[in-house]
Design a protein around this ligand. Structure first.
Ligand SMILES: *Cc1c(COP(=O)(O)O)cnc(C)c1O
Length: 369
């Protein structure tokens, strides 16, 4: 047991959703896009996306990625994506019969390098079935380039698993005509246990995804397209509704902890010693606090040092996908930046009820080693 664990998820408590659970008992509707799920989708669209676009819930983001890739991919064999992401991204592509093709990331925002991507797209042409960027750690990456790809007929599915609550002139992904997949996993900023959301400004795409996530059935329950069961239960939707009501407060708590980190880091002078933050824009919903250790140090030493002080930390996403057994044989560009960042990334604890002295202790340990 660590004195300061990396994550300490805290979901809404049962009192917050008791009334919704009572409604389920009364209605005896437990799933299949029931009343509460419909309400949850409507409120998410209204409160997060200002009623622009459409969205459908899914039982988790991995299923959401599989469905979105399967529906929108064109002929071709490759899914172009960063290697600096969670294994779910390449796995989802593989479930759709595609081969992940890894593209290096940019050193500043840790997202897929769009110059390299363009080069590979020109080279691979029709062999590219889909492009799957990842908004690294919930960042509001610029999606205008991906919007252009989508308009040019190259489908784009954004892995925005950690981006619920990230805003910059509106919520991340708002208005995007490809698909954007969010996660409600317990460890994410908007945690309900298991769940996810697929968003698109393209209404027919969301309608088709809703059918796909219900065995591909049309209104006559005739299976017309490939599908699976990707639905969110009414119980999960109930917890989602309660989470939405508490969300501003929950988000505020994380922002406060983030603010303490920024103050303590500046006071400790760590930025002058080579500790580097991700270049981000707008407000990012933080699931943890990510930093690069100085280039001369190794992140694994930092993780060990912190552990010796009772502090748990991680090195997401290192080893990166291209270094993992299943994906080692996948084609890729040079992985120079991914590997540099992978040897420096340290993810520090950041959870809702973390207090200032815990943040001070983490920063003090980073400073004195
Ligand atoms: C969490 C995460 C996922 C998977 O989300 P689930 O809802 O757990 O399936 C996919 N991609 C990335 C980048 C993630 O961080």
């Amino acid at each position: 047991m660590y004195e300061i664990p990396f994550l300490r998820p805290k979901l809404v408590e049962k009192e917050a959703y008791a009334d919704y659970f009572r409604q389920i008992d009364d209605s005896r509707i437990y799933t299949n896009y029931g009343t509460l799920n419909t309400l949850f989708e409507q409120r998410l669209l209204h409160e997060l996306f200002r009623n622009k676009g459409s969205a459908v819930t899914v039982n988790n983001a991995t299923t959401g990625l599989m469905l979105a890739i399967s529906l929108t991919k064109r002929r071709g064999k490759y899914a172009l994506m960063p290697s600096f992401t969670f294994a779910a991204t390449p796995l989802a592509a593989m479930w759709c019969g595609l081969e992940p093709y890894f593209i290096d990331i940019r050193p500043n925002d840790w997202c897929m390098d769009e110059e390299l991507l363009k080069h590979e797209l020109d080279k691979l042409g029709d062999e590219v079935a889909v492009v799957v960027p990842y908004a690294a750690f919930g960042t509001n990456m610029d999606i205008s380039g991906y919007q252009s790809l989508q308009e040019r007929g190259i489908p784009v599915v954004i892995d925005a698993a950690a981006s619920v609550g990230s805003t910059l002139d509106g919520h991340f992904g708002q208005g995007f005509e490809g698909t954007v997949v969010f996660s409600f996993h317990a460890t994410k900023g908007f945690g309900i246990g298991e769940g996810g959301l697929i968003y698109s400004a393209d209404r027919p795409v969301i309608d088709a995804l809703r059918q796909m996530a219900n065995f591909g059935f049309d209104v006559e329950r005739d299976s017309r397209q490939i599908g699976l069961n990707g639905k969110l239960s009414e119980y999960a939707a109930a917890i989602g509704l309660a989470t939405l009501q508490a969300y501003e407060q929950k988000k505020g708590r994380r922002e406060r902890v983030y603010g303490w980190y920024m103050e303590e880091l500046a006071e400790a002078g760590l930025p002058d010693q080579g500790w580097t933050l991700q270049d981000v824009r707008g407000t990012v919903a933080q699931s943890f606090f990510s930093m690069l250790c100085p280039a001369a140090s190794c992140n694994l030493d930092v993780v060990r040092m912190l552990a010796a002080h009772g502090i748990q930390s991680r090195t997401y996403f290192a080893p990166s996908c291209h270094q993992q057994t299943l994906f080692q044989s996948c084609p890729s560009t040079s992985m120079t930046v991914t590997e540099q960042i992978g040897s420096r990334i340290v993810n520090l604890p950041l959870w809702e009820d973390m207090n200032r002295s815990q943040v001070s202790k983490v920063v003090r340990c980073l400073r004195h080693g």
